[in-house]
Design a protein around this ligand. Structure first.
Ligand SMILES: C[S@@+](CC[C@H](N)C(=O)[O-])C[C@H]1O[C@@H](n2cnc3c(N)ncnc32)[C@H](O)[C@@H]1O
Length: 354
């Protein structure tokens, strides 16, 4: 075999960057857990001794962590004075849990990916699925922490107003909303805060998530108008909903067609179904980019393909289902109107009506 040495060299140069990204993930998680980024936020240049004193952690460890952060380009280092600084932009990414660019939530998900490897390895051999409920709890926490800031930035101000007639409807007294596959209820609580006249129901088949969602509603002071119950997308209770929402979960379902049919049964005749899905183009070759890379990887690892294969039906649309496949699923269940209402680099937002 003949090798192009230069090609290998170039690739390995790129891979060293990838090694750094992988090795950085646990250190980002650590900085988040220990409050190191927070302790540097809005501070002037500081030495490792000053950060250690401020946080109460061992200086030698703090110094090595700081060096890794500086080598990653996350913080600045001033060689003459051996001092470090986290600038405001990086503080938004590492120390502001409500910022739309908050990163540590993804590291919680990455932890679950590594923890889930033995189950995934077995699944590759058997072809069976790995249910959402079988994943490490870091995934549930990480999903909430990673997705919520994006919902806070877009859901109420951009996504709902992009749907025909929905904002006005939710402002009327007594509108009923079902948020299905709600996880920890981030989207449900945000909508409830924005629309005080409406009544919200959150459903998810994963009971531990529902228990946390109830806490979230209490903490946000909306528990009187938000009820969280265990329920599957194919059987959730109630009816006469003005709006049904699915955030990042339709493609996770083994039987999305069953979910479509059930949503149609539970909606008012002129109600709307809002479907938020990962951004994707229809063709694989058009998803070969950094966003597609994250989604295909997560989809293989745990969140989507494996979760769907674990459920009855095992449709396994995958995280990069794309508009055409989603349209087919939604139309086949009886919805006649389906349109892309808006999008972000990470999400597609659809409205379906009977
Ligand atoms: C990626 S998480 C998204 C959670 C939440 N919607 C969010 O955006 O933060 C997918 C959620 O769908 C739920 N789920 C998957 N299949 C379901 C089904 N058939 N019925 C109800 N919930 C389901 C999972 O339990 C999980 O909470």
């Amino acid at each position: 075999m003949q090798y192009d040495e230069q090609k290998i060299q170039d690739f390995m140069t790129r891979m060293v960057g990838e090694f750094g990204a992988v090795a950085s993930a646990p250190l980002i998680a650590l900085g988040d857990r220990l409050g190191l980024y927070k302790a540097m936020k809005e501070q002037d240049w500081m030495t490792s001794e000053q950060l250690a004193e401020r946080t109460g952690f061992a200086e030698r460890y703090v110094r090595e962590w700081l060096a890794a952060q500086a080598a990653s380009g996350f913080i600045h280092y001033e060689a003459g004075s051996a001092r470090y600084r986290l600038d405001n932009e990086m503080a938004m990414c590492f120390a502001e849990k409500t910022s739309p660019t908050f990163i540590p939530g993804f590291c919680d998900c990455a932890k679950a990916m590594f923890r889930g490897l033995p189950k995934l390895e077995a699944a590759f051999r058997t072809g069976l699925g790995v249910g959402w409920h079988e994943q490490h709890p870091s995934l549930f926490k990480g999903t909430e922490r990673f997705f919520r800031p994006g919902y806070a930035a877009h859901l109420v101000d951009e996504w709902i107003p992009a749907l025909d007639g929905v904002d006005a409807r939710l402002r009327q007294g007594g509108a009923r909303v079902a948020d299905v596959g709600c996880g920890h209820g981030a989207s449900t609580v945000l909508m409830a805060q924005a629309y005080p006249e409406a009544i919200f129901f959150g459903f998810d088949y994963h009971e531990p998530s529902i228990l946390i969602a109830r806490d979230r509603a209490r903490e946000a002071g909306v528990a009187d108008r938000v009820r969280f119950e265990v329920g599957s997308a194919q059987q959730f209770p109630g009816g006469d909903y003005d709006l049904v929402t699915f955030f990042d979960c339709l493609h996770d379902m083994g039987d999305p067609a069953g979910a479509v049919a059930h949503v149609l049964r539970t909606l008012k005749p002129d109600g709307s179904w809002m479907i938020v899905e990962p951004f994707a183009n229809d063709r694989l070759e058009d998803n070969l980019n950094s966003v597609g890379r994250v989604y295909y990887s997560a989809s293989t690892m745990m969140i989507c393909t494996a979760a769907s294969l674990a459920q009855e039906g095992g449709r396994a649309l995958g995280a990069q289902a794309g508009e055409t496949r989603l349209r087919e699923v939604v139309n086949s269940g009886g919805f006649t109107r389906f349109r892309r209402a808006t999008q972000t680099p990470f999400n597609l937002v659809f409205q379906a009506q009977a």
